[in-house]
Design a protein around this ligand. Sequence first.
Ligand SMILES: Cc1cc2nc3c(=O)[nH]c(=O)nc-3n(C[C@H](O)[C@H](O)[C@H](O)COP(=O)(O)OP(=O)(O)OC[C@H]3O[C@@H](n4cnc5c(N)ncnc54)[C@H](O)[C@@H]3O)c2cc1C
Length: 435
Amino acid sequence: MSRSVLILGGGIAGLTAALALAAKGHSVTVIEQGAHLGGRMWHAPPPVLLEAHGATWSLIKSLGQDAVTRPLRHTPLEFLQSTGARIQFLHLPLPSPLNTLLGTTLFQGLSMRDRWHLLSFLERTWEQDPPLPNDLDSRVADEWLTSIGQSETARHGVWNSLARLLLGAPLEDISAGLFMRTLRRCFLTGARATKLIVPPQGVDSFLLVPLTRELDRLGVRIKLNATVSQVRFSPNRVTEVEFADRTRLTADWYLSALPPQRLTPLLPERVVTHYAYFQQLSRLSESPLVVVRLHLDLPARQTQLILLEGKTFHWMIRHPDEERHDQTSVVWALAVGEPSLLPQSTEELVRLAMDDMAAAFPTAEPPRILDFDVMRLASAMLASKPGTHQYRPIATSPFTNFLVTGAWTDTGWPANLESAILSGQRGAEAISAQL
Ligand SMILES: Cc1cc2nc3c(=O)[nH]c(=O)nc-3n(C[C@H](O)[C@H](O)[C@H](O)COP(=O)(O)OP(=O)(O)OC[C@H]3O[C@@H](n4cnc5c(N)ncnc54)[C@H](O)[C@@H]3O)c2cc1C
């Protein structure tokens, strides 16, 4: 049975849901307040993807883009520690758990003692003896790592860098449960899962453009520059949405793909106060991100990703310039969960990024900046604080024809691209299941 669906928000979650629903023959309209689709991924730096991001790769493949990204697979993961030591995480093409056991044993980023503690923890986890504590979601990752024998050096030099990259915040600010689950999915499920891919073209070319083309082919209507200002309800259903220009639209189903802070002001107060499902959204918060892009007269042969300990920026990505890789390259410096950087001037942020760049990619002569960009986002991604897990909603809301999706909803992943795609697919599946 074909039904009409209104999708509020044209980020990756909304677009993925639109694709799945239109493919099932539903009449889909996507409402986006901005002048372009893609939400926060639009103009973002090239994304860091893991092989473990199964839903992302399936989507890329279904859009016929696998051939574009496949040759680029595998960017080595490198750590630059505050001692100046540079360590690479080795990908061992062995079946699981051998790859993890040997990879951990050989990983020079951790001392022998830390490696031994980690290996004995992994062994106990595999044997479920004792089972993992069930309060991990409310515990702080830093405290939990200490409890399994990880030294301060290991926590600062390795785990904190991974926490920033994978969850967007330092160890002291994230839930042990989410960190543990993310590490397990990324590093303990086989050699393939560990591989990192940083496609230099950015998400526009290998995801957004083909996705938009496919939506167009399936007849999905896109309304840009359309801001939803209210969602109206009858006692048990959504009846219509109203726009900032006072026009209205109705549909059989409504699927929100908005950030939580944008969704609650659109709902009637009685709905927010009466239903715990909506009330708990106010418990979710987002953490900041600062990105500096430097175009430098510095040659680079291959893409590099380096995690930095004790620097202003937490990781750097360097791509060869697509046309002039023997002369210039593009460096992206990212700092997550550091609100103190937001008010810094552009000149200061560029200077700090150049300082960190000199440590990450040392050269005899400092390179010349050909051009640069600075992006400051006060609300970039869901903060994965201890306890957050219980407030991330599932797709089905208390109202039968109203679904909620977005990277920040309960997908089991940190609020990343994989989570956005999974949530969009789950929202679409929930509608199909109810039909
Ligand atoms: C700079 C940056 C870099 C990132 N890098 C990575 C990475 O390397 N790897 C990774 O996996 N993830 C990364 N992420 C995270 C990833 O981009 C997000 O998790 C994902 O894009 C979120 O998608 P979404 O659809 O859930 O939400 P959003 O992208 O926030 O989409 C919500 C949409 O709703 C629209 N909207 C809001 N209010 C209204 C309204 N009232 N009416 C109509 N429309 C409205 C917004 O304009 C937006 O388009 C990054 C995020 C940022 C910000």
